[in-house]
Design a binder for this molecule. Structure first.
Ligand code: AVJ
Length: 348
């Protein structure tokens, strides 16, 4: 049976319920979604993008990577030899998945609500279904259409499972519609996406996730500090896929803002900022140039950059301390033999 689709008005940072299955189990329906609807989410995104372009130095949020082509380019990145995080996290789950699930259930109790932050294709979380046996699966993602398709597919394969999709940009605030999480939850945030948050914002998100888990647990994939050469290669691969992924932001901004960026005029830059413990990606102007968009313009001098991403790297000690600061306890982690990636479990 296909999940039902409800589409109340979209609002940035406000939950939109995409999918309801076994609708009777869900209470408190649209209470949160009907308040203060944003009539035009694209206009809000465009305003945010324009503000970043006008800032000094200019920046664009990493969420502007993920249009349809950008999502595909990211999938391609995960297949690159240099890009170790996805492969390494998968290997950790392949060797320790059963132990991780057992430890998670010891913290949440049997049959938790499984909340998947940035669910995307739902592939990683669905591998937990067999061991975690969630009572309900809640997929949260900003990419509404992508996650809707994934859930429809998942529903065909798991007709009995209670599936809920929430379209939300939780980069500002994580808050799900009332009733979606109605008991101890396992909040799953894999892939080192937490790395896109500066430490203060990561702390805020983990606090919100801990509240959401309501006596359950958090399960977070985290990229760890390693030698600079390995980090920089992972973000500047020989085939230029990451360069294309970064430059694609300009195409996305052209569409969103009616801008006239010429991707050829820009070069991809990736560097490890050791003081801030993060890999940064930038787009650097190859020459003096002028960019125009609907309602704005800016000139860039040769060498001037747009900061498009920071991917923070942690140590087992620093990330455990962050989880404790967020109010978590009973922290445990698993990593690969080289210590390149960690999967952290914490009671909420
Ligand atoms: C999806 C945020 C985990 O930071 O490694 C991959 C995104 N950027 N290559 C990361 C990304 C460049 C990725 N995250």
């Amino acid at each position: 049976m296909l999940p039902t689709t409800l589409t109340p008005p979209m609002q940035m940072n406000a939950p939109r319920l995409l999918q309801l299955h076994n609708a009777g189990t869900y209470a408190g329906n649209n209470a949160d979604t009907d308040t203060d609807p944003d009539p035009d989410p694209d206009a809000a995104l465009a305003a945010e993008a324009a503000a970043g372009l006008l800032a000094k130095p200019a920046f664009a949020s990493p969420k502007f990577f993920y249009d349809t082509l950008g999502s595909r380019l990211f999938e391609a990145i995960t297949a690159l030899e240099e890009y170790y995080p996805t492969r390494t996290e998968n290997a950790i789950f392949a060797s320790h998945g059963a132990a991780i699930a057992r430890a998670a259930l010891a913290r949440t109790g049997a049959a938790p609500v499984l909340v998947d932050l940035g669910a995307g294709s739902c592939a990683k979380a669905s591998r937990l279904f067999g061991t975690v046996r969630p009572r309900r699966y809640v997929a949260v993602d900003i990419a509404v259409e992508f996650v809707t398709q994934a859930l429809q597919h998942l529903q065909r394969e798991n007709p009995e499972l209670d599936l809920v999709g929430v379209g939300q940009d939780f980069s500002e605030r994580l808050q799900l519609p009332a009733g979606v999480v109605d008991g101890p939850a396992l909040v799953f945030y894999p892939g080192s996406s937490i790395g896109n948050f500066a430490p203060d914002d990561a702390l805020r998100l983990l606090r919100e996730a801990r509240e959401l888990a309501a006596g359950g647990a958090l399960l977070v994939g985290v990229d760890l500090i390693k030698p600079r050469a390995l980090l920089e290669a992972a973000y500047d691969d020989a085939l230029g896929v990451t360069a294309a992924f970064n430059l694609n932001v300009l195409r996305h901004l052209n569409r969103l803002l009616g801008a006239d960026f010429a991707p050829r005029d820009w070069r991809h830059v990736a560097l490890f900022n050791a003081e801030a413990s993060r890999v940064e990606m930038h787009l650097e102007a190859k020459s003096d140039l002028q960019v125009r968009w609907t309602g704005g313009e800016r000139s860039f001098s040769a060498g001037e950059r747009i900061h498009t991403e920071s991917s923070h790297k942690w140590t087992p000690a620093s990330f455990s301390a962050l989880l404790r600061d967020a109010g978590c306890h009973d922290i445990q982690h698993w990593q690969d033999e080289r210590g390149w990636f960690g999967v952290f479990l914490a009671a909420a």
